[in-house]
Design a protein around this ligand. Structure first.
Ligand code: TRP
Length: 464
C-alpha cells in the first residue's frame, strides 16, 4: 500500500535557498518514490493568519507554485493544490472545532508565546491575538485529516501541531464510534540540512539573512552570495571549512568529490572572494535550469492556474465523499430521508429485489466475496483474505453498518472501500467520472439496503 505523505507550505514569502535545500528538494525527491502518494498544497488560509497584505499573499502563492513546479514537482504524479480551493477544509475545521478542547488550544506553542510576550509587555494576555492564530492548529488538523494522510514531513517546531491533529482525529473517531480518520504521524527528516544564512544563523526570513532561490536572477544570487559573512583571513591563509557558512552551503549543492576538493582548497588558503565565486557557480549550475522554468511559469500564470484547478479536482475527489460521510455521521442529513425514516420504517425489500453478497475462493485458495445489486450488477469485489473469518467479519460489518462500515474512497476510475487505512474491497473500473459517480450512488444504496434487509436500519454511528 502507498503511504500518503502530505505537506503544506504557508504562502507568505518568496522561496530562498534554505527552503529549497530543507523542504522543496527533499520533498520532490520523496514524491518520486513508488510507495509514496504525495499531497502538496499551498496553505493560503494559514497565510491569512500571518498577513493581511493581499498583494503579498497573491504574489507568494504564485511564486511558491512556480518554484515547486520549476524544481520538478510533477502535478500528474502528485496532488498539488491550494487550500483555499478546497471548501471541505474549512467545513472540516468546524467539525473538529466542535470536538477540540479549548484547554488544548490554550497550550499551543504559538499562542502561548504570544500570550507570554503580552505578559512581558504588561499587556492584557490576549492583546492583539486573533482567533485565527488561536485556531491555527485546528485548521492544520483539517488539512491533514481531510485526506487521511499517514505522514506529514515537518520541522520540529510543528510536531505539536501533528500531535493535536492526532488528538482531534482520535476524539472525533471516539465520539462518533468509527475510524473516520487516519491518525497522522510527523515525519522528521533528521538528515535534511538546515542551511545557514548570510550571517551564519539558520537561513530564515525572520533573520533577514536569506539568499533568494530564483528572485533577481543570477545577478542577485551572486551579489547576495558575496555578502556572506566570513572571517578576516587573507588569501593564502588557511581557512576552517567547518566554521564557515559558505562551505556548508557549498556542501548542500555539491557531490562528495567536489566537496572534498573545495574543503582542501580552503585549507590550502583559497581567498574568500574566489571561494564565493566558486559557491555562486556551484549553486547556479543547479539553479539555472530551474530558474528558466520558473521564469516561464511566472510569465504564464494561466498555466499555473490550470494545474492548480486540476489539483483541486483531484483533491476534492477524496475530500468531498469524506465530508459527505462525516455530515451523515453528525446528523446533517437530508430532511427527506430523516422524515421518511421517522414517519414509516422502511419495509423490508422483497427478497428477489435485494442486493446480495456472494463468497468464493479464488485460484490462489484465498477467500473473497462480491456484492451484487438487486439487478445482478457486480458492484464490489473484496480483497483476498487468507482467513475466511476475516472475509466473513467484513461481510457482517457491511450487513450491519451498510455504507458506514467503511470509508468509500473515490478514485479516478472507481471506488475503494477502506477500513483502518487499508483497502478491503473495490468496484470495477468505470470509463469516466460520471459513470463512476453513478456507480457510487448505486453502491451506497445497495450497501444501505443490505443493512436494512432484516428490518433494522444501518447501525447508528454511536454504539448505542
Ligand atoms: N504550519 C505549517 C508551517 O508553518 C504549514 C502547514 C499548514 C502545514 N497546514 C499544514 C504543514 C498541514 C503540514 C501539513 O510550516
Amino acid at each position: 500500500m502507498q503511504t500518503r505523505v502530505l505537506t503544506g507550505i504557508t504562502t507568505t514569502g518568496t522561496p530562498h535557498l534554505g527552503n529549497y535545500v530543507g523542504a522543496i528538494r527533499p520533498a520532490i525527491e520523496a514524491s518520486r518514490r513508488a510507495d509514496v502518494d504525495a499531497f502538496f498544497f499551498m496553505a493560503d488560509y494559514h497565510a491569512l493568519i500571518k498577513s493581511d497584505d493581499a498583494a503579498r499573499i497573491q504574489r507568494s502563492r504564485l511564486e511558491i507554485a512556480a518554484s515547486w513546479l520549476a524544481a520538478g514537482l510533477d502535478p500528474g504524479r502528485v496532488t498539488f493544490y491550494r487550500q483555499s480551493d478546497i471548501p471541505e477544509i474549512p467545513e472540516l475545521t468546524w467539525f473538529l472545532t466542535c470536538v477540540a478542547a479549548k484547554g488544548m488550544l490554550n497550550r499551543a506553542h504559538a499562542y502561548k508565546a504570544a500570550v507570554d510576550r503580552n505578559a512581558e509587555a504588561g499587556e492584557d494576555a490576549d492583546a492583539g491575538i486573533t482567533a485565527g492564530l488561536y485556531m491555527y492548529p485546528v485548521l492544520m488538523a483539517a488539512d491533514i485529516l481531510a485526506f487521511d494522510a499517514h505522514q506529514v514531513p515537518v520541522g520540529r517546531d510543528q510536531i505539536q501541531h501533528i500531535e493535536m491533529a492526532r488528538d482531534l482525529g482520535q476524539r472525533f473517531n471516539h465520539i462518533h464510534g468509527r475510524e473516520f480518520f487516519v491518525l497522522p504521524e510527523a515525519l522528521i527528516e533528521e538528515q535534511v540540512a538546515t542551511l545557514p544564512g548570510l550571517d551564519g544563523r539558520k537561513m530564515s526570513k525572520s533573520y533577514d539573512n536569506t539568499i533568494p532561490l530564483f528572485a533577481g536572477g543570477p545577478r542577485q544570487l551572486r551579489e547576495t552570495i558575496l555578502r556572506i559573512v566570513t572571517d578576516s583571513r587573507r588569501p593564502d591563509e588557511p581557512k576552517d571549512p567547518d566554521s564557515s557558512a559558505l562551505f556548508t552551503i557549498y556542501r548542500a549543492f555539491a557531490g562528495e568529490a567536489e566537496t572534498a576538493a573545495f574543503r582542501q582548497a580552503l585549507l590550502d588558503g583559497l581567498g574568500w572572494g574566489e571561494a564565493k565565486q566558486a559557491l555562486f557557480e556551484r549553486v547556479n549550475a543547479e539553479v539555472a535550469p530551474m530558474r528558466e522554468r520558473y521564469e516561464s511559469f511566472m510569465a504564464d500564470p494561466a498555466a499555473i492556474e490550470t494545474i492548480l484547478q486540476q489539483g483541486a479536482r483531484k483533491a476534492r475527489a477524496i475530500a468531498t465523499p469524506k465530508l459527505a460521510a462525516l455530515r451523515e455521521a453528525l446528523g446533517l442529513r437530508s430532511a427527506s430521508t430523516a422524515g421518511v425514516a421517522a414517519a414509516r420504517p422502511k419495509a423490508a425489500p422483497r427478497q428477489d429485489k435485494s442486493p446480495r453478497l456472494a463468497s468464493f475462493r479464488d485460484a490462489d485458495g484465498q477467500f473473497r466475496f462480491r456484492l451484487f445489486s438487486a439487478e445482478g450488477e457486480e458492484l464490489l469485489l473484496s480483497m483476498p483474505f487468507a482467513d475466511p473469518k476475516a472475509a466473513g467479519a467484513l461481510q457482517k460489518q457491511l450487513k450491519t453498518d451498510g455504507a458506514a462500515a467503511a470509508v468509500l474512497r473515490v478514485l479516478p476510475r472507481g471506488i475503494a472501500l477502506e477500513r483502518e487505512g487499508a483497502v478491503v474491497a473495490s468496484t470495477p473500473d468505470y470509463p469516466d467520472a460520471p459513470a463512476r459517480d453513478a456507480a457510487l450512488a448505486r453502491l451506497r444504496e445497495a450497501l444501505d439496503q443490505l443493512a436494512t434487509q432484516d428490518g433494522r436500519g444501518p447501525a447508528p454511528a454511536h454504539g448505542v
